[in-house]
Design a protein around this ligand. Structure first.
Ligand code: GLU
Length: 288
């Protein structure tokens, strides 16, 4: 009896999250991701990933929440907006800087592309062409001189130095099984920008931890991010969650659904007279 009681208490309450960016209306790919998170979480949190002020529009926050409610996909607890938590990201960034695993990078995107193509084949990572490490070896004197001149810079993670500080990196993936993280394949990713003291990777790692997320569900095109995020978790002393990367819903032409290509939105399907059940069926097919 006693052991049964212990068993019941030790059951994990799985906390997942749905984390859209309020830069457009939800499309069917989002519906799939939200329903997947809901299905696998005892609790499902909603988080607006809104650090890119140039792309966020105020009306999309309410539209996302309204579309989810219309679909019957409910969430638990308060909604988190990343833009309200820059202090959390600054603190994590400082921790990384104190470890000596970051450096300022003054390269423009065009300079990086030119540098990569000069080197022959241009390998690509999760954030475009892989950064060739141009500013990694810059002297302290030169860095300070450039900062004093007000030159804009991003903060990059020195992945090689970072890897030297942690043990082997793995994660448990419910879909793919045990995975080994190889962040070195993505080179020195950006973890903060001058105008925004944070980046996608840093915010996600900090938020998932602070929000008590136990299972990160997201589309398989974000698997590459997990390699980098596992490294950040170990550097910051954060216990990693489990992961479940699900299939990516594609448009009928086989391309990725995206806001930029004006993928069909829940809004437009609603306006065309579809019911929530029909929209869910369209997005989920056999997910159930
Ligand atoms: N905000 C990301 C997106 O809209 C999702 C990030 C994540 O799930 O880690 O694609």
């Amino acid at each position: 009896m006693a052991s049964q009681t212990c068993q019941a208490y030790s059951e994990v309450i799985e906390t997942t999250r749905f984390a859209p960016s309020p830069t457009g209306f939800l499309h069917l790919g989002h519906v799939y991701a939200a329903a997947f998170a809901r299905k696998h979480g005892d609790r499902m949190l909603l988080r607006h990933e809104d650090i890119d002020a140039t792309r966020v529009r105020p009306e999309y926050y309410a539209a996302i929440e309204d579309d989810l409610a219309w679909l019957g996909i409910n969430w638990d607890g308060p909604v988190r907006r990343q833009s309200g938590h820059f202090d959390d990201y600054r603190a994590a960034l400082k921790k990384l800087a104190d470890l000596g695993v970051t450096y300022p990078c003054f390269c423009t995107r065009a300079e990086i592309v030119a540098e990569v193509s000069r080197a022959g084949e241009a390998p690509h990572g999760p954030e475009g062409p892989i950064y060739p490490g141009t500013c990694r070896g810059m002297s302290k004197f030169e860095r300070i001189a450039r900062m004093d001149r007000g030159l804009p810079y991003a903060v990059r993670l020195d992945v090689e130095s970072a890897l030297a500080r942690v043990g082997p990196l793995t994660w448990h993936d419910r879909g793919l099984g045990r995975q080994t993280a190889t962040p070195e394949k993505f080179c020195d990713v950006v973890i903060a920008r001058k105008e925004t003291p944070a980046s996608y990777h840093l915010c996600v790692v900090v938020d998932d931890h602070l929000q008590g997320v136990t299972l990160v569900t997201r589309a398989e095109d974000l698997t590459s991010s997990t390699h980098v995020q596992r490294l950040l978790q170990d550097l910051l002393g954060i216990e990693p969650p489990s992961y479940f990367h699900h299939r990516l819903l594609l448009a009928p032409d086989g391309k990725k659904l995206s806001k930029r290509d004006h993928a069909e939105t829940v809004r437009s399907l609603r306006a065309a007279g579809m019911s929530p059940a029909e929209v869910l069926q369209l997005a989920l097919g056999d997910l159930g």
